[in-house]
Ligand binder design. Structure first.
Ligand SMILES: Cc1cc2nc3c(=O)[nH]c(=O)nc-3n(C[C@H](O)[C@H](O)[C@H](O)COP(=O)(O)OP(=O)(O)OC[C@H]3O[C@@H](n4cnc5c(N)ncnc54)[C@H](O)[C@@H]3O)c2cc1C
Length: 384
């Protein structure tokens, strides 16, 4: 019989094995900490995501010596973005973006963490026991491993739907919800290397072929659009409303009602979190806050924060009492700067006439997109 979790000795539990959690766990293990990485899902796992790995994510992988992963997994370089709105479409060149399925990427990052000495448990939900005195945090595990473990620090990388401690997030009332699905095969007019974004008044949807030539669809929609409608209907409505040309071509030949993974939804997307209510808890990735996904930077922010948190957790473990507050300040400063552009884009996307005008201008002068493509492709992961 294997050891029970309570018999084992860890310095840190990292809850959530998305990009943020895996990179944080690996970083801490490489600095000598004994780390348990636990995820409530079984792995490899799919999640709602456009599967576009932007330059920020690539920069984060590069910074930690994992830049070979997208190439080994045969991520598809994305050469063009086709923006469809109001019956028109514009095609602009992309730089440094790749399509890669979340099952493959996230499993590879977990593997890299395990290779660095991290203990990984899939199918294991993490929660926090009430404080009972004494030092440290009592972390409870349920599922593949049952028991509790006392640790010095907990990294909360539980994503949008997670959040292990403290009040619920502050969610923007105008926020949209995410939808996603993966399909076997793809519409013939959507070539490998093309990212198609279709924008309509009720939301937007992205379409891309992944490294296994499957179609990934990810959308952000107004929550009321889902009343009495299935996610497939809502995305089809976006395609119909946006165009008779590009949108219909992406939907027309393709049945969106029978996915391989999904349809799955997310909670309201745009959110901020107040600092954790208890010391020793460090939030990273979507669990710390998120803005809508149009610019495809979520994984970059998640990886960047997973890397950046490591020295703060280390300082906490050696007794620096202000390390948690210092991490919150560092996160706020970096995230605010990284997410400003994204908030401006979300604002513009709610004004159909502005989007239509932009598409019309880009049709005539695709080079006008250069500053925006560059801004969404900053070759940094947003955290230093
Ligand atoms: C519609 C949509 C499209 C998107 N498109 C893109 C894109 O193209 N490019 C991009 O870069 N980003 C995109 N994103 C954003 C991206 O998906 C996220 O920002 C990124 O996955 C965040 O990583 P994370 O590690 O913080 O969390 P996640 O990747 O969400 O990982 C969190 C993990 O925590 C686990 N978990 C939750 N609760 C618990 C618990 N109590 N115990 C144990 N485990 C738990 C979950 O099972 C999950 O595996 C998109 C998001 C949406 C909604």
């Amino acid at each position: 019989m294997g050891a029970s979790v309570s018999d084992l000795d860890f310095d840190v539990v990292v809850a959530g094995a998305g990009p943020a959690g895996s990179l944080a766990a690996r970083g801490l293990a490489r600095r000598g900490a004994k780390v348990l990485l636990a995820d409530r899902s079984s792995f490899p796992r799919w999640k709602v995501c456009g599967a576009c790995l932007g330059p920020g994510a690539s920069a984060a992988l590069e910074a930690t010596g994992l830049s070979a992963i997208p190439r080994i997994l045969e991520a598809v370089p994305l050469a063009h973005l086709t923006l469809v709105s109001g019956g028109r479409q514009a095609r602009v060149a992309l730089r440094g973006n790749r399509a890669l399925s979340r099952e493959s990427l996230d499993a590879a990052l977990v593997e890299a963490a395990v290779a660095a000495g991290v203990e990984f448990r899939a199918g294991c939900r993490v929660s926090l026991a009430e404080p009972v005195g004494g030092g440290g945090l009592e972390v409870v595990l349920r599922g593949a491993w049952d028991g509790s473990v006392r640790v010095g620090a907990l990294v909360d990388a539980t994503g949008l739907a997670g959040g292990l401690c403290g009040p619920p997030p502050d969610v923007s009332v105008r926020s949209r919800v995410g939808l996603g699905a993966v399909f076997e095969g793809a519409p013939p007019d959507l070539r490998a290397g093309d990212l198609r974004m279709v924008v309509a008044p009720s939301g937007y949807a992205g379409f891309v072929r992944d490294e296994r030539d499957r179609l990934t669809v990810a959308a952000a929609v107004d929550a009321p659009a889902l009343h009495g409608r299935s996610p497939a209907d809502v995305v089809t409505d976006i395609l119909r409303a946006s165009s008779a040309s590009g949108g219909a071509a992406a939907a027309g030949a393709f049945d969106l009602s029978s996915p391989l993974h999904g349809w799955k939804g997310t909670p309201l997307l745009t959110r901020r979190r107040s600092p954790p209510a208890r010391p020793g808890i460090f939030r990273v990735g979507d669990a710390a806050g998120y803005v809508e996904p149009f610019t495809g930077e979520g994984m970059g922010w998640a990886m960047g924060s997973g890397l950046a948190v490591v020295p703060f957790v280390e300082s906490w473990l050696v007794g620096r009492a202000d390390a948690g507050r210092a991490w919150v300040r560092a996160y706020e400063a970096q995230a605010a700067a990284a997410q400003r552009f994204c908030r401006a884009v979300s604002w513009a996307l709610r004004r159909p006439s502005l989007v239509d005008t932009s598409v019309r201008l880009l049709r005539r002068r695709p080079s006008l997109a250069a500053p925006f493509v560059a801004a969404g492709s900053v070759p940094s992961h947003g955290f230093s």
